[in-house]
Design a protein around this ligand. Structure first.
Ligand code: ATR
Length: 279
């Protein structure tokens, strides 16, 4: 770091609670690596304070912020412009303060998801064949937007609550699948993604029979605690490529850092180890 920087770079993550967030570790690592004087702070912002907190970014000299639970949806009505990905996902995970002080809302979760797959499996393509998405919550929306932006054509959605699968499928031009049909639907799937909380520490495992899944299919789990979910272990054991959820967390942070500070940072093995040590 230079002794007298002419500008001290500031960003942070607004959440409630926020101390569990790994984002300060990720962005702090990049600031240091790039020799930039600055700080990325955990910002504990209660829901009723979100509007005032966002409006304070510009006068405080913040380049922007990330948003996490419970602010991602509420922020849509509080920023001045919303990019296409954020509009389609229906949530903002990154706010950028523009030169005139106005706030731009973006969503890089879908980008992060797809980038993490490509980082692990460079020859994978979103248009390799049908995609089966398990779950129909906010994470499913981001994953579907990311996949469709990269050319995914046929997307199948299976969710415990059938009405949510149907609504999401209608919105995104996808096909709803019955939750009980999830194992049989694997027959010609090229990409399988778990976006439910099943398999997460403290949650029941995802029950899924992989017998029909083609061996060339890629299996991704957005759960990252544990890193190796029972789904990923089962996929790997039968020879499928398997990608854990930590990459999405790291890769969604890259374009945010670029938007704020002007450098696209790398998702290095070293950074991954630092975050793994916090799980
Ligand atoms: P997120 O924003 O992380 O996607 P969410 O909106 O709460 O979180 O979505 C959680 C997803 O996990 C939902 O698809 C949910 O299914 P329902 O829509 O039926 O609730 C799914 N999920 C959670 N627990 C589940 C369980 N025990 N069995 C099947 N699906 C489950």
């Amino acid at each position: 770091m230079s002794a007298h920087p002419d500008r001290y770079l500031l960003a942070g993550v607004m959440g409630w609670p926020v101390m569990h967030s790994r984002s300060p570790k990720i962005h702090g690592h990049w600031l240091e690596r790039h020799g930039l004087a600055g700080h990325y702070a955990p910002l504990a912002v209660a829901p009723e304070g979100l509007g005032a907190a966002l409006r304070a970014l510009a006068p405080l000299g913040y380049a922007g912020c990330n948003l996490t639970i419970p602010h991602k949806v509420a922020a849509l009505d509080l920023v001045d412009e919303v990019d296409e990905a954020a509009r389609r996902v229906g949530a903002i995970n990154c706010v950028v303060v523009k030169p005139d002080g106005s706030l731009s809302g973006r969503n890089y979760d879908g980008f992060g998801f797809v980038e993490s797959l490509l980082a692990d499996a460079p020859d994978w393509g979103a248009d390799d064949g049908p995609v089966l998405v398990l779950g129909a919550g906010g994470a499913a929306r981001a994953v579907i937007v990311g996949l469709q932006q990269r050319g995914a054509r046929r997307v199948l959605i299976a969710n415990r609550s059938a009405d949510k699968a149907r609504a999401l499928a209608a919105e995104f031009g996808a096909e709803p699948i019955g939750w009980d049909e999830r194992s049989t639907a694997l027959a010609d799937v090229a990409t399988l993604v778990n976006t439910t909380s099943l398999g997460m520490v403290g949650q029941p495992p995802l029950e899924l029979d992989l017998a029909r899944l083609p061996r060339r299919a890629l299996v991704a789990d957005i759960v990252y605690a544990p890193l190796e979910t029972p789904l990923l272990a089962a996929a790997r054991a039968r020879g499928n490529r398997a990608v854990d959820g930590l990459g999405m967390l790291i890769h969604q942070a890259r374009p945010a850092f670029r938007d704020w500070f002007g450098v696209m940072p790398e998702a290095t093995p070293e950074l991954r180890k630092i975050i793994e040590a916090t799980l």
